[in-house]
Design a binder for this molecule. Structure first.
Ligand code: FES
Length: 81
């Protein structure tokens, strides 16, 4: 799966929009993997905790932002479901 394929009709999906709104994207190098992992999490675990979000990101290494904004964006996307 590619991160582009999770967009809906050419529009950002919930997690993509939340990551953008939360200023969680910097260089973008890590984001294809982040988007795919978090899209799966949102589809399968609607009440994910911060720890579960961090666990879902295991294997995706961001060298720019740390993970706080990414986790915050995921919680925002979950709250909008
Ligand atoms: S945004 Fe640069 S590595 Fe994650």
């Amino acid at each position: 799966m590619q991160s582009r394929s999770v967009a809906i009709g050419g529009k950002l999906n919930r997690i993509q929009a939340a990551l953008e709104a939360s200023d969680a994207v910097q260089c973008g190098m890590c984001f294809p993997g982040m988007v795919v992992s978090l899209t799966h999490l949102l589809a399968t675990r609607r009440e994910a905790t911060r720890d579960e979000i961090r666990a879902a990101l295991t294997g995706n290494i961001c060298r720019c932002t740390g993970y706080e904004r990414i986790v915050d964006a995921t919680l925002l996307a979950l709250a909008e479901t």
